[in-house]
Design a protein around this ligand. Sequence first.
Ligand code: PEP
Ligand code: MG
Length: 796
Amino acid sequence: MTNVGLVVVSHSAPLAAAARDLALDMGRNAVIVAAGGTGGDGFGTNAELIASAIEEADSGAGVVVLVDLGSAVMSTEMALEFVDPDLAERTIVAPAPLVEGLVVAAVAASAGADREAVAREAMGALASKQSDIPFDPATADSPDGLSGAASSDVAASGAAATAAPPDTTDDREWHSRRFVVDDPAGLHARPAGALVAAVAPYDADVRVYHELAGRGPVLARSMTSLISLGVQEGDEILVQATGPDAQAALDAVGDLAARGWLAEGESKPETTIPAHMRSPGSGLEIAVGPALVWRVVPREEVRQTTENQMEAYLEARETVRAYLSSLGTDPILTLQVGLLDDPAYASRIISSIEAGNPAEVAVRAATSNTVADYQELPTEYLRERSEDVSALGELLVQALHGIPLGGLATAIRDFGRDPIVVLDSLTPALASEIDAARVIGILAATGSSTGHGALIASAKGIPVIAGKDIARKINDGEEIALEPRSGIVTVNPTREQLRELLRASKEQARLDEVARAHAHEPAIFAGRQIYVRANVATTDDARLGAENGADGSGLVRTEVLFADWEHLPSIDEQVAIFSAITQALGADKQVIIRTWDVGADKPVAFFESNHEENPFLGVRGIRLMRKFSQALIDQFRAIIRVAQHADVRVMIPMVTNVSEVVWARRMFNEAVQAEGRPDELPMFGMMLETPAALLNVKAFDEKVDFFSVGTNDLIQYMAAADRGNADVEDISAEVIPLVVDLIADAARLLDSPLGVCGDLASSEEHVPQLIRAGVASLSVRPGLVPRIKQAIRHIP
Ligand code: PEP
Ligand code: MG
């Protein structure tokens, strides 16, 4: 079949070429020749260039030429004088809009339409835009009266140009099927083009109705007619076909609907996210993007499906080999690849499996035996290689479980677009792994907005919504919208919803911009400065806080900082990281370092805790440190060392009674002793996050130098509502006024200053109440510092 050729004539060569490329994206089999510009620099048209384009485009079926304006028409007329008269006879110059006309003409030509039909399609190309964009020429602002008149003329010609409706009195046998159009934009250009292409190869007449709207039938071979049906997302269309291939044509439409109205091999077009909808921001931005669904295969499932353990191991080994080889030629990687086949290592695994052990058990045992061998080696360098053996063992175990190697970070990198990560549970470790510059947002099925994973991710400036069951029903690549302020999740938003989201997001971006302009100025309320500091769980948080004008940090979560460490960090290792944080925040800024707050949903590998039925009410925070007093002393020592050159303070978490503070101070004094009683000692504070401590606050006043309220835990204990469970979030919200009253009572009673570092301090709604309650400082999500400062300045 020879198709009609197309020529695009424009005063601009790049414009003609770009219009051609755009049209080819939808009309893939079309022949389109660009004849833009004069052939030299500058704008203009060239009759010779157009003539040779017409000759190139023709393959016997004729040519349709689309032109931009003015001399383009004249040059094309001249060009027709240059070409063979037969070819001139087969050429139509269509008075159609250049870009829209070319796109629909390409689809029609691709589908084998004749040149009159192609030209007619092109001329009707504006109809859909005119029905989409309301414009009333009578009321439009048009001082010279021109734009209104021009527009209505085009509308009239557009309507007249759509393909003639099929004859409904036709009494041939018609086969019918109904399909729902689930594309968010309805049957717009792309799906309509795909429908034309889907039925094109078949010897059948196909017509389409939009019954609900009383529109149709229209010919399925006319893209503009299909668009004119005005089919919206979720609408049903009736497709009828007649002729020898009628069933095949309907099947092709069925396949198209099943592919989500995407042409074969086509992937969803990218939507560019406006800058204000991208992370990293404050973590509360509206986010719209494609879903990357991250699901880890549960152990049980893998065990059941892996019958042949040897086969599973050999397969996992090849997966690891391919993965390591893809990472490059670093000597460590080469060593690991070599180790995969190393007789001492591999044969240990194989003989263990042969002895009847599951592959995972065999890998773990062989790894720890090989690690032990390496640790016996004579040089430090060789001993250190035992870490590479452990890492290799972990990779093998992951591959056995079907977990993508390289983890979530690699999956994000390989996704192709910046995604919204959708997962079951956002653990603190996963949250730390996610690179804020590469994701648009995170949606988790479990947890809540004050769970640690969510707090860490939003502190990095990533919009997060947690505790939404819908996350389990989302498929890879589906478009989703997150509104973290209200917690609303929309899957496949309609055009109308997108418009509304964009509008709301722009308004938030405007407020952010105003706040950022004053971020580095102090926040003053009633003549006194309220310090607004940043919560820090990574060194990046500290940098983000500094960029956003934070007055230091009111909470460094040390257990999250070292969450992925295998060993307890030494004093020096802690000093290095604490110093990096103080430097990032600025030499003159106050930084409050909280001692290990391990337990419940913040486990670390280097402090073993017993299994507990109810870990949030168990041995966590300062309670756990009683078992690891040396580790606490060492952490105090690290903080004391940093205090010699920076303004740091120390704070203990999860205090319930005075004896815990007395004990912790004793440990602190031991640390002071061990450090040789230096001159500069950090002030000593405690968190108020259990109701018992808050209600008995006066008893602690003489024992500490300052207080900081942890509203996340305090609220969960006051309301008896798990902070990580979205189903009881409402109950938590109801106790907030009570908590604010208690904070006000405490502030009145205390001589020592009182701050708030729980997430309530990051709420613009509650900040005025906290400040009026007498709170002297706040520590908030790093990206929110400017907005919280602004909220303080505007307290009436
Ligand atoms: C709190 O409980 O409010 C708090 C700041 O500590 P964390 O969130 O780390 O438990
Ligand atoms: Mg807490």
